[in-house]
Write a protein that binds this ligand. Structure first.
Ligand code: PGA
Length: 241
């Protein structure tokens, strides 16, 4: 069952996500982290809490959901760079405890298998998720098998369009492939917090919560997860009953 928290706006969504996250900011916990604009407010609150309250990440591990294929980690839009710029550089986490899928070099499928093995050894206590306007979670686009593990995938046209704003609005610069945790990988997380804000997420939110569990809407599988909280603002929740 999906627990829904309704808030007015993005700031309130970030406050709620942080309030839920806070209980996992303890030694030994494993955080599943996401990129995109959605979690930025949450990460800002984690940084502020670290600075003001001394919350330590020395004994916390993280696993990110995905990474572009073929983008150097030094590229500002790589998810490696994104995570360091917005979170890791501002807290006391150890680089050895940070895990981000590898999208560079040979044998990416083999590296993807190794990523799943690492997650199996250190299961994620809480996974942060955004949702795509097409219902994707991580880079699992519509049609991705629900039992998929970490894999290389082609980005949907709508996702390439959505991400164009980060690449000088030049579609030729947007990577066309990514390595992503599969839906089966994400479903192994013990707890999931999905944040959705803005009117362009409204249909995806409705399909996720009220629609059939169908691979046409990857996020709809969350209806089967035992411990999911979805935080929606007024716009993203506007089509819900
Ligand atoms: P966004 O992306 O946070 O930039 O809206 C969400 C997603 O595609 O999962």
């Amino acid at each position: 069952m999906i627990n829904i928290i309704r808030v007015h706006n993005y700031d309130e969504a970030s406050d709620q996500a942080f309030a839920l996250m806070k209980q996992y900011l303890q030694p030994g916990k494993v955080l599943g982290l996401a990129t995109g604009s959605t979690p930025l407010g949450l990460y800002a609150r984690m940084v502020k809490d670290h600075e003001e309250n001394g919350t330590s990440y020395l004994e916390i591990k993280t696993f990110n959901l995905d990474e572009y294929v073929g983008l150097e980690i030094t590229h500002p839009e790589s998810y490696y760079a994104f995570m360091h710029r917005n979170l890791f550089d501002h807290i006391d986490i150890l680089e050895d405890n940070v895990h981000i899928p590898c999208g560079l070099g040979e044998d990416l499928e083999e590296k993807a298998r190794e990523y799943d093995e690492m997650i199996d050894q250190d299961p994620v206590d809480v996974q942060i998720l955004g949702i795509g306007s097409d219902g994707h979670i991580a880079f699992n686009e519509p049609g991705t098998p629900f039992d998929s593990l970490t894999h290389i995938t082609d980005l949907a046209e709508s996702t390439i369009q959505d991400n164009c704003r980060f690449f000088d609005n030049d579609i030729t610069k947007v990577p066309k492939q990514a390595v992503t945790q599969g839906i089966g990988t994400i479903m192994k997380a013990r707890n999931i917090i999905l944040i959705a804000t803005g009117v362009n997420k409204a249909q995806a939110v409705k399909d996720m919560i009220d629609g059939p569990i169908d691979e046409a809407c990857p996020a709809s599988i969350l209806q089967k997860h035992p411990n999911v909280t979805v935080i929606v603002d007024e716009a993203a929740g506007s089509l819900l009953a």
